[in-house]
Design a protein. Structure first.
Length: 90
């Protein structure tokens, strides 16, 4: 598929990635595989689930993975994910 600029010139293929919608970064801040913990529990109900301030928002992180935290969504967790084997009651 060839894309054209405002002047009708064909854009090189390297430019196509900037025209496509960006994919959301996957949450990779888990210490263990989600779903390996107690049935019916989630990351959000774990004592290790903390919310870190970042600008005007708060982002869910696993306290056990603090060493790999970044300042972006790559180290976030999903609070509705099934609990991992490190889950502890609040």
């Amino acid at each position: 598929m060839t894309e054209f600029d405002l002047f009708g010139m064909a854009l090189p293929d390297a430019w196509l990635f900037t025209l496509k919608k960006r994919k959301r970064t996957e949450a990779k801040g888990y210490v263990r595989r989600p779903g390996s913990g107690p049935a019916g529990e989630t990351c959000g109900s774990c004592v290790h689930c903390v919310r870190v301030q970042g600008g005007h928002k708060r982002y869910p992180k696993c306290k056990l993975a603090e060493g790999i935290w970044t300042h972006g969504p790559g180290s976030d967790i999903r609070t509705k994910s099934p609990a991992c084997e490190m889950w502890q009651h609040k």
